[in-house]
Design a protein around this ligand. Structure first.
Ligand code: FPP
Length: 241
């Protein structure tokens, strides 16, 4: 059964963010694109702080999509380095804040340095009752995830570990690499009004908040505005109430 707004707010919101506009922000400030991503990480830090203050249950961030592999090698290398420095600099603070960090997506192509770093970060922040679940999509694509989980379930059906009739929504969520089952609010900065292959299954009933500002200009007040607007919206989940 769908939860009421009151129940959702009580259990904590699941918020996802498409942090778009780093490149345009950098260019409009006559900076290299990688400086835009660097500023983007500082904004992540502020939004995590505010998410804890707002008692948000989970924050799921789109850091690198499966499509981003087609970007210039120099930019991809800069993002890889940024992930490593962000983890080194932020993990001690995340531990103090009791934030549980999880990376999801196809990680193999990021190389051993990034892989080791993100595994270390996940084990260091493996906190039993976290203040916030911080999920970072890295090498993630929504359609690829659906293909991958379908293959996994199909092979279990073939080996008779699962009956085809037993496949249900919960099972799809469990086989997905996305840590959250349902997203309540999706925020996209940077002015574009599209989903860009993010969390296709999990945003089925999400409210979507499109923000004109580039991600490096997004601040705590903008984040609070998105949350407050969400709270005003009546959610019917297709029912007549
Ligand atoms: C979109 O802006 C942003 C990205 C593709 C990368 C975002 C990554 C970070 C902020 C690093 C996050 C790292 C951690 C560990 C949280 P864009 O470059 O597509 O902007 P544009 O549309 O203006 O070109």
């Amino acid at each position: 059964m769908a939860k009421t707004l009151g129940q959702i707010l009580k259990s904590g919101l699941n918020i996802a963010v498409i942090m778009d506009g780093n490149g345009r922000w950098a260019l409009s400030n006559s900076l290299n694109v990688s400086k835009g991503h660097q500023k983007g990480v500082q904004v992540v830090r502020d939004i995590v702080e505010e998410a804890i203050r707002q008692k948000i249950s989970s924050l799921t961030l789109y850091a690198f999509s499966s499509e981003n592999w087609s970007r210039p090698k120099a930019e991809i290398d800069a993002i890889k380095k940024l992930v490593i420095t962000a983890v080194d600099e932020q993990v001690p603070e995340l531990v103090q804040q009791k934030v549980k960090l999880k990376f999801f997506g196809r990680h193999d192509d990021f190389g051993s340095k990034v892989l080791t770093k993100i595994k270390e970060a996940e084990s260091q922040t493996n906190i039993p009752s976290p203040s916030l679940h911080l999920n970072v999509a890295l090498g993630y694509g929504g359609r690829q995830d659906i293909v991958d989980l379908t293959k996994q379930i199909a092979s279990k059906v073939l080996s008779k570990e699962i009956n085809a009739e037993d496949i249900n929504e919960e099972m799809i969520s469990n086989y997905s690499c996305v840590p959250e089952d349902k997203i309540d609010l999706l925020i996209r900065t940077g002015g574009d009004k599209r989903i860009s292959n993010f969390l296709l299954y999990q945003i089925a009933y999400a409210e979507i908040c499109f923000v004109e500002k580039f991600w490096p200009d997004f601040d705590k007040d903008d984040f609070i505005d998105c949350i407050n607007n969400f709270k005003k919206v009546s959610r019917r989940f297709g029912a007549r109430v």
